[in-house]
Design a binder for this molecule. Structure first.
Ligand code: FE2
Ligand code: FE2
Length: 184
């Protein structure tokens, strides 16, 4: 399997979680209660699975490998992807700061939380499309097999060392569980 295939599969999981987040926002906006624990678990997924795992694989390994083939960081897709990761973190911070009030039914908190969550969802869906359609095909044509195999090893290390053994599978279970109660 190619390293970009691993990342694409993770995009699939991320899109499922964004759908769950969207349903949670719809419910909050229509005045329904959403358990605080669910919001916490969604945020944990966004912070750990999306940012600490997926974005780290891109920022620390895939993008530098592409730069070594001569693709510049500034003024091209790599720079754009990096700045979108930064923007994503700001939205996550906004959601984290307002999630507690939200689950207590505080309307101002609901308004802020859903603003950040919808901004994040829109940003990330477009970001994923750009990577799937532009950046990953670029990687597939620029990286040779040896570099790609090395990337796969580094991805495994990110999962073991930064996310923790078995955590990836745990996130998949969490996703399936939340999917049952947050169908759009
Ligand atoms: Fe990315
Ligand atoms: Fe990505």
């Amino acid at each position: 399997m190619k390293s970009t295939q691993v990342l694409k599969e993770e995009h699939g999981g991320i899109k499922i979680m964004l759908g769950i987040l969207r349903t949670a926002c719809d419910r909050l906006e229509s005045g329904q209660a959403v358990p605080g624990t669910d919001l916490e678990r969604i945020l944990e997924f966004l912070k750990v699975f999306v940012d600490r795992c997926h974005h780290a694989k891109e920022e620390d390994f895939l993008f530098p490998a592409l730069e070594r083939t001569g693709i510049p960081r500034e003024g091209g897709p790599i720079g754009v992807m990096l700045s979108e990761h930064v923007k994503g973190r700001e939205f996550i911070r906004g959601m984290s700061d307002t999630a507690e009030g939200c689950s207590k039914g505080d309307r101002a908190a609901v308004e802020k939380f859903t603003f950040y969550a919808r901004g994040y969802t829109e940003l990330l869906l477009e970001h994923i499309e750009k990577e799937d359609e532009i950046l990953y095909p670029m990687a597939d044509s620029h990286l040779d097999d040896l570099v790609d195999r090395k990337l796969m090893e580094e991805f495994e290390r990110v999962e073991e060392e930064r996310v923790g053994h078995g955590k990836h599978e745990e996130f998949h279970r969490l996703m399936e569980e939340l999917q049952k109660s947050y169908r759009g």
